[in-house]
Design a protein around this ligand. Structure first.
Ligand SMILES: NC(=O)c1ccc[n+]([C@@H]2O[C@H](COP(=O)([O-])OP(=O)(O)OC[C@H]3O[C@@H](n4cnc5c(N)ncnc54)[C@H](O)[C@@H]3O)[C@@H](O)[C@H]2O)c1
Length: 596
């Protein structure tokens, strides 16, 4: 029989604690909610009220249920109020000495059978447990932010946690409607170990002016389908908490430089810019605690004036190539009203591309997303050619040929001879330096990267890559074109992986390393990222879709360019590729897809 938890205590009612109180009270469990001072207690009470009022306003909670929920919560200053609870969850700031002091005190105050749990994200549960006389009853219960919403709970057992305590806490999680993964005590557990290197990397991109905060966040939301961008997520987590987590992970997790907090973080914390909770972090909020972002000095104007930025007028576009990307890009431009000249290496290839574009447009008609007349007009705007000479009068060329530098350089040298002055020349490369391609021409100022995502007609994001020679006008033109295509163009520097791949693939690689270290299973890791962080797919699902060979190639490029030891491809990834397990396309990758 699982233990009955009728009353639980929560210590610390900040970002996490207030949400944890709500989770228990919503599920009919009495809560003793404790803070360090009366003002802090009032803040916690206000957070809980704000959250439940929002739930009522959104129709997710009945008024009577909200009132009953509040009835179940008893607020108190000081730990003494926890004398008769069945379980305590501690959610005070991420400092080992503070947590150890609190656990020693809880050990004195609470009944001998009470389970003592910490919500720490990165500290050692074992080290916290030894501050008590009952380390076998100490466990980690790691909720995700916002606790009432996120389904995942990581249950962290130490080497001394009693198995029945683990079983009781697992049963409690189920009662709360949460999905738990039970794991050993390692820095960052599953989700944060995979998340924080990525978040810190994104802060580094922002700090080095590689891209703006809006562009970094839009890239990850639109390119990967994440619920929030990394900088908005840092603001939600709290920059002070994020700093402490990174710092602990750096020290406990083998001094991986990727976890050494980016200096800007420390400066922001010292300046009191803690994120949402203080009303300002990477973004500015309506007021402290509000989720509503308001404009500030760095917010880009709502309607950017392309003309003021020096963007050139584009009417006619050349697309070079005959693969998947070229086909999608031709369709995107033609549908948006541009005149398109498609150039392939022979009329046979042109016929194939033409067929593929027609098929795709027809699908749009069948699904009711495109009128027949619009399909015909789009097709009417495309001319098919097998010679680059037909690009003499276009305003923009988008190159999407094979990913080989020598081929792309030769092509750009030819475009340089053929195209009229002032044309913007764009490459869709996803891994080659754009500057190499630009320097094959006499007009590097007019060369940009336009990195579309596959499938181009569907994916809403385009990375606009500017090299150190790209002119502001060429960048503005590329961005204005993206907007005219109905896509979000994010501008970034010319570094391996641009924004999305540079942030995504090291995280996937880390997941492989975690699996290889036998810390957890592919299923649990996928669960953790989907249910804890709201990712649309877990890392192993995504790797199998993208292809392990493609992922390995990108990771190798990142490692070669940035020389970051933590980016070294996971040996397991290399072995699977060598063994021919490339993912869905070979029916086997991290998972067996042969029966599907
Ligand atoms: N922020 C997140 O996204 C997140 C997610 C999961 C876990 N965590 C973990 O949860 C814990 C709390 O983090 P947070 O972001 O909620 O911090 P926070 O700074 O928002 O809140 C901490 C609260 O603890 C209170 N407190 C401090 N000392 C206390 C004491 N002696 N007794 C009682 N209360 C005290 C503070 O007044 C404050 O309200 C940390 O261990 C953190 O790593 C955070």
């Amino acid at each position: 029989m699982a233990r009955e938890f009728s009353t639980v205590g929560v210590v610390g009612l900040g970002t996490m604690g207030a949400g944890i109180v709500e989770v228990f009270a919503r599920n009919g469990i009495d809560v003793v909610a404790v803070e360090i001072s009366a003002p802090a207690l009032e803040r916690g009470r206000a957070t809980l009220k704000g959250s439940t009022d929002r739930a009522v306003a959104k129709g997710k909670l009945a008024e009577a249920d909200r009132d009953a929920l509040h009835e179940r919560v008893h607020f108190a200053v000081g730990l003494a109020a926890l004398h008769s609870v069945d379980l305590v969850i501690e959610a005070v700031p991420e400092h080992l000495d503070l947590k150890q002091r609190i656990f020693a005190e809880l050990d004195r105050v609470c009944r001998p059978e009470t389970i003592l749990a910490t919500n720490t994200s990165s500290l050692s549960v074992t080290e916290i447990s030894v501050a008590t006389s009952r380390p076998n009853q100490v466990i980690g219960i790691h909720f995700f932010n916002p606790a009432p919403v996120m389904k995942l709970v990581e249950v962290v057992r130490t080497v001394v946690t009693a198995p029945e305590v683990v079983a009781d806490v697992e049963a409690l999680c189920a009662r709360l409607g949460k999905v738990d993964v039970t794991i050993n005590d390692r820095a960052g557990f599953i989700a944060n170990a995979l998340l924080f290197g990525y978040l810190n990397h994104a802060v580094g991109m922002f700090e080095s002016h590689y891209a703006t905060r809006e562009d970094i966040d839009a890239a990850m939301k639109l390119g990967c389908g994440l619920p929030m961008g990394p900088l908005a997520l840092m603001d939600l987590i709290g920059l002070d908490t994020a700093y402490e987590i990174l710092d602990t992970m750096y020290r406990r997790g083998g001094r991986d430089r990727r976890h050494a907090p980016v200096p800007l973080l420390k400066q922001m914390v010292t300046a009191g810019l803690l994120g949402r909770k203080s009303g300002r972090g990477f973004y500015t909020y309506e007021r402290p605690g509000s989720p509503l972002v308001v404009s500030d000095g760095t917010t880009p104007p709502a309607t950017e004036s392309a003309v003021a930025d020096g963007a050139r007028a584009i009417a006619k576009v050349g697309v070079v190539g005959s693969g998947t990307m070229a086909t999608g890009i031709i369709e995107v431009f033609a549908k948006a009203g541009y005149e398109v000249v498609s150039v392939t290496r022979g009329m046979e290839k042109s016929a194939k591309v033409c067929e593929a574009v027609k098929t795709s447009l027809n699908k749009g008609v069948v699904r009711g997303r495109l009128a027949e007349a619009d399909r015909d007009a789009a097709l009417g705007r495309i001319s098919w050619s097998a010679t680059l000479d037909h690009l003499a009068d276009v305003d923009l060329v988008v190159e999407a040929v094979v990913e080989e530098l020598s081929v792309k350089k030769a092509l750009f040298a030819s475009l340089d001879e053929i195209c009229k002055p002032g044309v913007v020349l764009a490459t869709t490369t996803s891994s080659l330096p754009v500057i190499d391609v630009a320097m094959a021409t006499q007009r590097p100022a007019d060369v940009v990267g336009l990195h579309f995502f596959n499938p181009a007609p569907v994916m809403p994001l385009v990375e606009v890559v500017r090299t150190i020679r790209t002119s502001p006008e060429a960048t503005a033109t590329a961005r204005a074109v993206c907007a005219a295509l109905g896509k979000t163009g994010v501008v970034c520097g010319d570094r391996s992986g641009f924004i999305v791949n540079a942030l995504l693939f090291p995280y996937l690689n880390d997941a492989v390393k975690m699996l290889e270290a036998s810390y957890s299973t592919a299923d649990d890791i996928d669960h953790a990222m989907k249910l804890g962080c709201g990712y649309p797919m877990g890392p192993f699902e995504l790797l199998d879709v993208v292809g392990l060979d493609v992922s390995l190639a990108i990771q190798r490029e990142l490692y070669l360019e940035l020389r970051e030891p933590g980016f070294a491809p996971a040996p397991l990834l290399e072995h699977l590729v060598t063994a021919g397990y490339l993912g869905r396309k070979t029916r086997r990758g991290f998972r067996d897809h042969s029966h599907r």
